[in-house]
Ligand binder design. Structure first.
Ligand code: HEC
Ligand code: HEC
Length: 250
């Protein structure tokens, strides 16, 4: 493994010792001087103030043969997180705006990264998120997915509580007479998701309703053949019920 540092954007290899620098997720704007000092000391390098701290992301390719090291500065990462928080909320809890901003907190890393790639590749269509996603390198996508996974705010919840019991039944048992499988079978009994299957617990009610209603319009077939039959068979009230149920789950 190699430690890569970048000085004014240029990558320089400084050693072969395994070394992983990790930063605790900090709110936007938090000074990282303590962090900076430790790293400067640890690496034994004389680094000028403008030195961008390297964030080393080791991505092991499938098969485990190749290991890639990719670098960007912690300043860049903090700036990106702050940018995401502008829309998705300070703890990634989502935001009930004119346009519902989905909760990102606690989301599965694989699903999160795949959706960002989908916005870039046009497999998922959204005029707000596509330009945002295009500004991210693959290493940055992984770092952001990992950071937002660690956030754990309370769900905004609170919408349409009267429908939650009906929603719970659909989520846990499906609707056999309409050929709707149990959502829990894939998304998990607590709606926490797994890998490419998204977490739904705590997701915004309005975002859930919008997403389930527009699945075919917003996402291209190969992305979610599994979800189409499910959503096509649900009626409006059933969509609202299942959204009400998951939106208040922790
Ligand atoms: C200008 C507002 C805005 C900014 C800034 C923004 N997003 Fe989004 N994001 C949205 C909206 C709106 C959606 C919902 C898109 C849709 O309805 O399909 C979304 C959706 C997403 C999704 C898909 C969520 C899901 O559950 O499927 C991910 C992942 C995401 N954003 C990550 C990010 C990251 C990472 C950043 C920061 C680099 C970011 N967003 C910055 C508005 C924004
Ligand atoms: C056979 C497995 C499966 C079943 C059953 C299933 N889902 Fe999904 N669901 C998925 C997968 C996979 C995705 C990710 C699709 C993608 O990548 O676009 C998904 C995505 C979603 C999303 C989009 C999440 C987001 O953040 O944008 C919602 C909402 C959703 N499912 C709700 C449901 C509900 C409600 C049910 C039950 C009525 C259900 N799903 C049943 C596999 C399943």
């Amino acid at each position: 493994m190699k430690l890569i540092t970048s000085y004014r954007g240029r990558g320089t290899e400084v050693g072969d010792e395994p070394m992983v620098l990790s930063f605790p997720s900090a709110p936007a704007g938090t000074p990282r001087e303590g962090c900076r000092r430790r790293i400067v000391k640890a690496s034994g390098l004389r680094l000028a103030l403008q030195l961008a701290i390297a964030v080393v992301v080791f991505a092991t390719a499938a098969g485990g043969a190749a290991t890639k090291a990719l670098a960007f500065s912690s300043h860049e990462l903090a700036a990106k997180i702050a940018y995401c928080q502008d829309c998705h909320g300070p703890a990634g809890q989502g935001y009930r705006g004119f346009y519902p901003m989905p909760r990102l907190a606690g989301q599965q890393v694989e699903y999160f990264e795949d959706q960002l790639r989908a916005f870039v590749e046009g497999r998922r269509l959204n005029s707000i998120m596509s330009p945002v996603a295009r500004s991210l390198s693959p290493a940055m996508m992984t770092a952001l997915a990992t950071d937002f996974r660690a956030f754990n705010p309370r769900p905004l919840g609170g919408d349409r509580r009267e429908l939650a019991a009906m929603g719970e039944k659909i989520f846990q048992d499906g609707v056999p007479e309409q050929n709707v499988p149990a959502c829990a079978a894939c998304h998990g009994p607590e709606a926490t998701g797994i890998k490419q299957i998204p977490r739904l617990s705590g997701q915004l009610y309005l975002y859930m309703v919008k997403t389930l209603t527009n699945f075919r319009k917003d996402r291209k077939e190969h992305l979610s053949d599994v979800m189409y039959p499910v959503v096509e068979s649900l009626n409006k009230r059933q969509i609202e019920a299942v959204a009400a149920y998951v939106s208040s789950l922790r």
